[in-house]
Design a protein around this ligand. Structure first.
Ligand code: ATP
Length: 314
């Protein structure tokens, strides 16, 4: 089974506690033979934040995570987890990190309760009330064997183990795969609660909406490189807005063509439609010289921004 769990108590005794980043990645490169999966990533995740790691399939998210957890050796670069070297201090790192991989391998013959108990024994026990509370919230029957569970229920088992661990750092790879919308909602509540208790959450996903709802900051990965990094609002600031202007007279086509950031222009009688990226001031400066009957600027769609970012970097 590929899952590490931790005891919160271990945090106090390990080196590297206190201030600093939860995760530091510098110049990370990972090649699989001729495949350049990660092409130079620099990233710092602050303690106590929910950090979204967004990117399409094949962008290099899982490879990055596997390097962070020392499940893969990087081709180049350095990594620090909770102030520790994940290779040299592997035992200490694993005791403080809970990891839910995208592809779960669970011991098929065990029931949920047996699995929770065996992992509990490895890390010196768990709180049975917390276990039962998590099972109830995730609507999970711990009496069933792994082999009899649907993929959604297997995912719930893995999430229960991760949240039960009360780790300092939760690393979740595509965590809501197979969960229905109600459970996705409950999962996001658990993430926010963990954050409020001081846990750092690294949330890898190709689903923008879940990251948007949970993350304090987001990195967008494309083809092994980070193409955007910031808060969800920062991403929104980079978004393209749809603009519609109704002029009282004929639209000033040549002046509008010179406005920076204004693309996909269509002029239909007195009406202009276009897409604006960047600041609106240059457009307003042109409009101010003409009689404008009405102006509409639509709130940017983050989904589109996200797709734009993917496209920009391709
Ligand atoms: P997904 O969500 O599909 O897993 P991802 O963003 O996690 O995507 P990775 O799984 O890290 O991406 O894959 C990055 C690139 O490396 C892809 O081109 C993938 O095909 C390739 N790759 C991943 N694992 C291996 C491997 N063991 N051998 C060769 N190539 C690999």
């Amino acid at each position: 089974m590929t899952m590490q769990t931790s005891t919160a108590g271990a945090a106090a005794t390990s080196a590297g506690t206190g201030a600093g980043a939860a995760l530091r990645i510098a110049g990370l490169v990972k090649d699989y033979g001729p495949v350049h999966a990660v092409r130079g990533i620099d990233l710092e995740v602050r303690r106590g934040e929910v950090f979204g790691f967004l990117g399409p399939n094949g962008a290099g998210k899982t490879t990055t995570i596997r390097c962070v957890l020392d499940l893969l050796r990087p081709t180049a670069g350095s990594i620090e987890v909770l102030g520790l070297d994940p290779h040299a201090d592997g035992v200490a790192v694993r005791s403080r990190v809970a990891y839910v991989p995208g592809e779960l391998r669970l011991p098929e013959r065990l029931t949920g309760a047996e699995l929770v108990a065996s992992i509990g024994r490895l890390r010196g026990g768990h709180d049975p009330r917390r276990r039962d509370e998590l099972a109830a919230r995730l609507d999970l029957d711990l009496g069933r064997r792994m082999r009899d569970l649907s993929s959604g229920n297997r995912r719930k088992v893995a999430l229960l183990l991760a949240f039960l661990a009360r780790a300092d750092l939760l690393v979740l790879d595509e965590p809501t795969n197979g969960l229905d919308p109600l459970m996705q909602h409950e999962f996001l509540r658990l993430v926010r609660e963990a954050r409020d208790e001081g846990t750092t959450v690294f949330l890898s996903s190709h689903v923008l909406s879940e990251v948007q709802r949970a993350a304090d900051r987001v990195a967008v990965l494309r083809a092994g490189r980070i193409v955007a990094l910031g808060t969800v609002d920062d991403l929104r600031g980079r978004a393209r807005q749809r603009v519609e202007v109704w002029f009282a007279d004929d639209p000033p086509a040549s002046e509008l063509a010179g406005v920076s950031g204004l693309d996909d222009m269509t002029i239909d009688d007195h009406r202009l439609t276009a897409v604006l990226s960047g600041p609106i001031q240059p457009l307003l400066a042109v409009l101010a010289r003409h009689r404008v009957a009405s102006l509409l600027v639509e709130e940017p769609d983050l989904e589109e921004t996200f797709l734009d970012l993917y496209a920009e970097a391709s």
